[in-house]
Design a protein around this ligand. Structure first.
Ligand SMILES: [Fe+2]
Ligand SMILES: [Fe+2]
Length: 146
């Protein structure tokens, strides 16, 4: 695909925004650690642990994104996905079933703690399902280069 201008991703502002965000992840990890030092409460500690894990994950993804723009582009072809089609479909179905069970549990729940934990889990299950669904959609397209 011919481009008559540089993609927005290659602008200095775009990259510096991503780098600033990447740095903030370390700060959020420090805040989570600081909170954990101050409490033995299991629910608060679990929340902080989850945020820390997510921040580590965000850092890895932000780095990959920055590298894909500044160093080596990421490429995904329909062939890459075609080879995974069967597994991806089964995985998608398992995530959909998880979401169904999680939704049913939330609907049936009354207590704050249950709902707090289930809401977090549901957001994650929705995310897993939608990531896989997006990959599945790409099977129909021709070629993707970031
Ligand atoms: Fe983050
Ligand atoms: Fe999941």
């Amino acid at each position: 695909m011919a481009r008559n201008k540089q993609p927005a991703e290659e602008s200095a502002e775009f990259i510096s925004g991503l780098k600033e965000w990447l740095k903030l992840e370390d700060e959020t990890i420090r805040f989570a650690n600081a909170t954990m030092k101050k409490t033995k409460n299991k629910l608060v500690r679990m929340t902080m642990e989850m945020i820390k894990h997510d921040s580590e994950k965000h850092k890895a993804m932000q780095k990959m994104l920055i590298d894909s723009i500044t160093k080596e582009p990421l490429i995904l072809t329909p062939d890459d996905l075609a080879a995974l089609s069967d597994t991806l479909n089964k995985h998608l179905a398992a995530e959909a079933k998880s979401l169904e069970l999680a939704d049913a549990a939330l609907d049936a729940s009354e207590l704050f703690i249950t709902r707090y934990i289930l809401s977090y889990l549901i957001a994650d299950e929705q995310k897993h399902h939608s990531l896989l669904a997006k990959l599945n959609e790409l099977k129909r397209a021709t070629v993707f280069v970031t």
